[in-house]
Structures are given as C-alpha cells and as structure tokens.
Design a protein around this ligand. Sequence first.
Ligand SMILES: [Cu+2]
Length: 155
Amino acid sequence: MNHRLSALAGLALGLAALFADAHQFKLGAITIGHPYARATAAGQPTGGGYMSFANAGPADKLVAISADVSTSVELHSMTMEGDVMRMRQVDAIELAAGKTVELKPGGYHVMFVGLKAPLKAGDKFPVKLKFEKAGEVEVIVNVEAPAAAAAEHKH
Ligand SMILES: [Cu+2]
C-alpha cells in the first residue's frame, strides 16, 4: 500500500469511528443525537444521561423516559444559583419548533436513579423516550468513560 492509500484508509477508519460515535435516531421531525451516559463507579447510586433533540417540526415536549438499568429515570435541570449548582427534577423538556435542545453536563440531563449495576464504558443499553406529540421511540445509549476534567455529578 502506498502512503496516500494508507492515509486515505486511516481517514476512512477515523470517519467511520466518528459516525459510529455520533449515532442518531429519528422520530418524525425529531432527531435524537448521540445518546450517551457516563460510566459510573461501583456503588454509585445514580448516573447521568445526555443527548440532543433537533426539532424540525412543530413545538413538542419530552414528557417521559424509561430504562431497565435503574429503578427510575428522571429528567433534571441544573442551574447555577449564586455559586451553587442546583439540580431539580422537571416534568418535561420543551422542544421549541425548529430548535435544538442539548442535554449535557451542567444543564438538562437524564438521571438514572437506583442503578442496578455500574454503567461500564463501552456498554450500550436501550432507553425509551416519550414525546407529547411525536410519540415514543427507543434509542440506544452508549456508555462512555467520564472525561478526566469533567465535574463530578452529585446531588
Ligand atoms: Cu441529576
């Protein structure tokens, strides 16, 4: 193989990895981007889940989420009040028409409460999402190792 070919092969592999990582799911006008959860330590009772919702259609709401990895699954918001991070359970997450909402560390997130087993990096598990108008869809959540610099997720 000459150098140019191996460089191309490397690029193709890199792109394949990128796309495999950036998996997405679609339900009607809503695209659910890259659902992932942070790996958890043994005995850690909760885990955080993140994904994005790009809504190309009319306004909708994420109203429920369920998974078998924990006894319950909650939607949380996280806001700074002074210099204290506060986490609250919310009933729904508004998905405005034509907008993208990102669930990410430090903002809205999914909380797996009462984990039955630690979430291990490299594992995948199904999560069911329910939208007020679009209905239900199952997405696959990838468990990823926490970024070294990321803040601990504590209640
Ligand atoms: Cu939380």
